[in-house]
Design a protein around this ligand. Structure first.
Ligand SMILES: NC(=O)c1ccc[n+]([C@@H]2O[C@H](COP(=O)([O-])OP(=O)(O)OC[C@H]3O[C@@H](n4cnc5c(N)ncnc54)[C@H](OP(=O)(O)O)[C@@H]3O)[C@@H](O)[C@H]2O)c1
Length: 322
């Protein structure tokens, strides 16, 4: 079979680099173009040094729209829409966007959360990859919401690694600030709440609870840890069964029956979930790698679905474990 010709736009950034790492080793992919305005002419390994010995592809600032089967866009919010207006791709080209620009399904993109939308993704040519916090929160809550269990506001706290903020240096991603530190941002107003609500209503049209989300900046480079809870009348065993059944066919989302930790998922495309019931609350922990299940890994998972490949192709990754 001919390999699938793919391109990455925004290839010098964190999600672009992670896409390159996955696509260079993907057995069905020919990575033919990697775009960067700032790194034009450099070899891929000069920008992403861990790829030394793996690919000699050069960065280009030219955008190839013809002869490409799939394009991944790892551009900052607001830039993707502008970029696609300037560089329209043929309708048959599969576009997978990692920014927030098209996550509202009214934009004509399919929301790329495979655990909920895999059938739609299989026939989609335009896919909006979910946000990183949004992925971890939605996977933690989806079975509960589908069952109508959350009848009051849902409390959610989340902590993210510094790569979640992108490669460009900001005061809050500077080593001196981030190391040995913790801080809250966008209290109750995080931009991912909109897409989370969209999925929750899709799963349960009666869903109208608020998700009170407290996001934290963590002092580690990658990973997201979410804790969600709400009052729950049922038994813990019942909840675990419902969750395990909900994710039975999902090859990357697992409901653990023992305590979980972040390093279980760092460097993998997995989401692991663990449930507890205490003082009448169902407490749900969900953990992902923000750059993989929260971004580039999930984008490749969506790509696999859209091209009729096994969902796990190129995504059998090893966790760092410790
Ligand atoms: N980081 C995460 O964990 C994560 C998770 C989920 C989703 N996302 C989303 O994924 C997108 C990319 O995030 P990131 O973390 O990879 O950001 P990043 O590290 O800042 O990289 C963005 C890249 O986009 C390129 N770029 C900027 N403006 C451009 C333009 N106008 N035209 C073409 N290229 C442009 C830049 O490269 P050049 O200047 O070299 O062209 C830069 O390398 C964002 O929308 C982000 O919200 C990120």
């Amino acid at each position: 079979m001919r390999k699938i010709r793919t391109a990455i736009i925004g290839g010098a950034g964190y999600t672009g680099g992670e896409l390159a790492r996955l696509l260079v080793f993907h057995p069905d992919v020919d990575l033919v173009s990697i775009h960067s305005n700032s790194q034009k002419g450099k070899k891929i390994w000069e920008v992403h040094p861990d790829l030394l010995g793996d690919s000699e592809l050069e960065f280009t600032d030219e955008v190839q729209t013809e002869g490409i089967d799939a394009v991944f866009l790892g551009l900052p919010h607001g830039e993707t829409q502008r970029f696609l207006e300037l560089h329209p791709f043929p309708e048959k080209t599969v576009i997978i966007d990692l920014s927030t620009d098209f996550r509202d399904e009214s934009n004509g993109f399919v929301y790329g959360l495979p655990e909920v939308n895999s059938e739609k993704i299989k026939t989609a040519k335009r896919i909006a990859n979910p946000g990183c916090f949004a992925t971890a929160i939605q996977l933690g809550l989806a079975p509960s919401i589908a069952k109508g269990w959350a009848r009051e506001n849902i409390h959610v706290t989340g902590i993210t690694g510094s790569t979640g903020a992108g490669k460009k240096l900001a005061e809050t991603s500077h080593f001196s600030y981030r190391n040995n530190n913790i801080s809250v941002y966008k209290l109750f107003t995080h931009q991912h709440l909109k897409e989370i609500k969209q999925t929750m209503v899709q799963l349960n049209p009666d869903f109208d609870q608020q998700i009170l989300f407290v996001p934290y900046r963590g002092n580690f480079p990658r990973g997201i840890w979410i804790t969600s809870y709400f009052p729950f009348d049922g038994e813990l065993d019942e909840a675990v069964n419902v969750y395990q059944e909900f994710y039975q066919k999902s090859p990357f989302t697992f409901v653990s029956t023992q305590d979980i930790d972040l390093k279980q998922v760092v460097n993998t495309n997995k989401c692991v979930i663990y449930l507890q019931k205490e003082v009448g609350q169902l407490v749900i922990y969900s953990a992902i790698d923000n750059l993989l299940k929260g971004a580039s890994g999930q984008a490749v998972q969506n790509f696999n679905l859209a091209f009729g490949l096994d969902e796990k192709t190129g995504l059998n990754l090893k966790s760092i474990a410790f």
